[in-house]
Design a binder for this molecule. Structure first.
Ligand SMILES: Nc1ncnc2c1ncn2[C@@H]1O[C@H](COP(=O)(O)OP(=O)(O)O)[C@@H](O)[C@H]1O
Ligand SMILES: CC(=O)N[C@@H](CCC(=O)OP(=O)(O)O)C(=O)O
Length: 266
């Protein structure tokens, strides 16, 4: 594995991802955004919104199919995704941040050619318009940070040919954090409905304080870690292996003081 030497002279950057279960709960979203606004220094927000996309698709008469926590995204679903993630959710979050005095700009991967991806190859499953990230335009993102504008990314990337692709929000956050690590000492935070990785999914207090890759593999094999937590933790360890200084998982209160959480360690 590549040895990563952190440069203490680099400025700190925080990349924070919030899941759809926080966005759809107004009280949770408001208290999260209050903590987010209070964070000093450069910061980037990434948001999901899977549940809202499923709800709106249902109202339009489209059925949603998920495989291993990933959405099968046909042409109709991709139109819903673009409207819901890139429009409704992204712009609502921006409006809430502006009211709290935080200047922010809402983006998807096509804006500023920020996140370029490739359509996922069809193997056993055809995921449709789903993208795997190839590169992140760290220079463009940094130009926004230097103007004290907070970039807020939805979970949409774009191919070189200009095709918008639905992209896992956790992967968007980790790939941005990895790319920005060349310029900043980057910390990555995943805020979801649970306080962290749980030893027992039935017990919300059973948070594992520190998780390394060996414990992680054991917990996957013993099926303690399942569903959306699988791709999330894969992204966490990718980030740590590829230059991100630290990674934390917690709930909507993760940015507040004294919150219980899981720290990913090497
Ligand atoms: N061991 C575990 N600890 C915590 N959550 C887990 C665990 N195993 C599975 N999960 C599930 O993973 C979910 C988090 O993933 P996901 O739904 O993709 O988050 P989000 O959409 O909020 O980013 C939790 O809500 C929980 O249902
Ligand atoms: C390819 C894929 O599955 N993309 C996700 C992107 C949204 C997301 O990640 O939302 P949460 O963080 O709320 O789960 C989806 O459409 O559900």
């Amino acid at each position: 594995m590549l040895e990563i030497v952190h440069n203490p002279k680099m400025e700190a950057l925080k990349v924070i991802k919030i899941g759809g279960k926080i966005i759809e709960n107004n009280a949770l979203l408001t208290s999260f955004l209050e903590d987010f606004v209070k964070l000093q220094g450069p910061k980037i927000l990434v948001h999901g919104g899977g549940n809202k996309a499923t709800e709106i698709a249902g109202k339009l008469g489209y059925e949603t199919k998920m495989v291993d926590g990933r959405r099968i995204t046909d042409k109709d679903s991709m139109e819903v995704i673009t409207m819901v993630y890139g429009g409704l959710l992204n712009k609502s979050i921006i409006a809430k941040l502006q009211v709290k005095g935080q200047n922010a700009i809402g983006l998807c991967g096509a804006d500023g050619k920020a996140i370029i991806s490739k359509r996922r190859e069809v193997k056993e499953i055809d995921y449709g318009f789903v993208g795997d990230i190839e590169r992140v335009n760290s220079g463009f993102i940094n130009s926004l940070l230097k103007q004290n504008i907070v970039p807020v990314f939805s979970a949409i990337s774009c191919t070189e040919e200009g095709v918008l692709l639905n992209t896992n929000g956790d992967s968007v956050a980790s790939e941005i954090a990895i790319a920005m690590s060349k310029i900043y000492e980057t910390q990555l935070y995943y805020c979801s409905e649970k306080k962290g990785v749980l030893k027992n999914i039935e017990d919300d207090q059973s948070v594992i304080a520190e998780l390394n890759s060996d414990n992680y593999k054991e917990l996957v094999n013993s099926k303690v870690i399942t569903d959306g937590m699988l791709p999330k933790l894969h992204n966490c360890f990718q980030a740590i292996d590829r230059g991100v200084l630290s990674v934390f998982l917690g709930d909507a209160g993760l940015l507040g003081s004294n919150s219980i959480h899981t720290k990913i360690v090497e």
